[in-house]
Design a protein around this ligand. Structure first.
Ligand code: TXA
Ligand code: MG
Length: 346
């Protein structure tokens, strides 16, 4: 007997009425409500969603990902009210950041209410929350009518998925066709995980850099800074205490060995299909465009981030042993990309 195949619900890229969209999302919403796992598109990366108030469903997130239980999860909702019911405090800073960046790729860490299962918070007194900007994610969460716990939909330490195909390749074999599903709404647009900001102390502290940069946050709250250990653009020091538990250096690693090069003079190395390249799209690099296993990424950090994980997945899938990456600029706008590059190369 052949194993039933995992349902993949596809949202077409044409304009849909609210009713048409609800009709497409209904089966996925029902699976979420029934305690199943549903991989959902967000603007950052695909998440592996479960009803956040159902401890059994949340436990399956950990086993499906192979994720250690000391790594807490982010809870997603479609509106502020739902999230406010999960936290024990809503300080002025939370209000300011929510007003300026939600819905969007910003996660806030706040003291939690007892209603949040301790599995989600890995036993901590705090919970990470966000309202995603992706309209399909919000529509699904609204329809399911439950807060949705969702880490990135990849096996532990693997690269985060930016397409439904990435999810299927990495997690397909671990999901149960009887209860789970993947919702496909095309590639994500931000491309790397949300910025995580702790509001547990008097001033906002960035626990994980993302495409909402420190400069962006400082325009709203000038005292915002990186938490200790992620304060500069160099490698994250593995020995500093983990303010964001589970943020290990081993995260986001492709199979291939990643090496960051200061520039692409190294291009004159002999061609070798087992060596992949990620280069900045520039006139100087143009002559190399027809090389195998070479991906050109934009010199705009947002466009670069959108395609970065996809490039790593692509070169991994080609069977490259090494991926040589041309170093991008070292400015605040590139901080999150440097963070992921350093992790991938560690
Ligand atoms: O963009 C994103 O944030 C994606 C999409 C799906 O929303 N999600 C995501 O989840 O990246 P995940 O599980 O891969 O990363 C969640 C991060 C972990 O690094 C964890 O350490 C941190 O959130 N986190 C969760 N709860 C926390 C807490 N109470 N205190 C500090 N850090 C927390
Ligand atoms: Mg992750």
């Amino acid at each position: 007997m052949t194993r039933a195949s995992l349902p993949i619900y596809t949202v077409p890229t044409v304009d849909l009425s609210a009713d048409q969209l609800a009709h497409i999302l209904q089966p996925a919403a029902e699976r979420l409500r029934a305690g199943g796992l549903v991989a959902i598109p967000t603007e950052t990366v695909y998440g592996l969603g479960a009803n956040a108030l159902d401890s059994t469903a949340v436990a399956r997130i950990f086993t499906t990902k192979g994720r250690p239980p000391q790594n807490p999860l982010i809870v997603h909702a479609a509106n502020i009210q739902t999230l406010q019911n999960l936290v024990a405090a809503w300080p002025e800073h939370a209000q300011q950041l929510a007003e300026n960046f939600w819905p969007g790729p910003l996660t806030l860490v706040l003291p939690k209410q007892p209603v949040v299962p301790s599995l989600i918070s890995a036993g901590l007194d705090s919970v990470a929350i966000r309202i995603p900007a992706h309209p399909i994610a919000r529509a699904l969460i609204e329809l399911a009518d439950v807060p949705v716990a969702a880490p990135s939909a990849n096996r532990y330490t693997h690269i985060s998925p930016t397409t439904a195909q990435h999810v299927q390749n990495d997690l397909g074999a671990y999901l149960d066709p009887a209860t789970d599903a993947i919702l496909d709404a095309g590639p994500t647009t931000v491309g790397i995980e949300s910025t995580i900001v702790s509001l547990l102390g008097p001033e906002p502290r960035i626990l994980r850099p993302g495409m909402i940069s420190r400069d962006d946050l400082r325009r709203v709250i000038p005292s915002t800074d990186y938490a200790a250990g992620i304060s500069d653009l160099d490698a994250i020091d593995e020995t500093t205490p983990k303010l964001s538990p589970g943020l290990s250096k081993k995260h986001y690693a492709p199979r291939a060995k990643v090496i960051i090069l200061p520039d692409t003079r190294h291009f004159y190395a002999p061609e070798n299909p087992r060596i992949g390249w990620i280069c900045l799209d520039s006139i100087a690099n143009a002559p190399h465009k027809n090389r195998p296993a070479t991906v050109f990424l934009s010199t705009n950090p947002h466009t670069y981030a959108e395609a970065f994980y996809s490039a790593l997945h692509q070169l991994d899938d080609l069977g490259c042993d090494s991926i040589l990456v041309e170093a991008p600029p070292r400015t605040d706008a590139w901080h999150a990309i440097w963070d992921r590059l350093n992790r991938a190369a560690s």
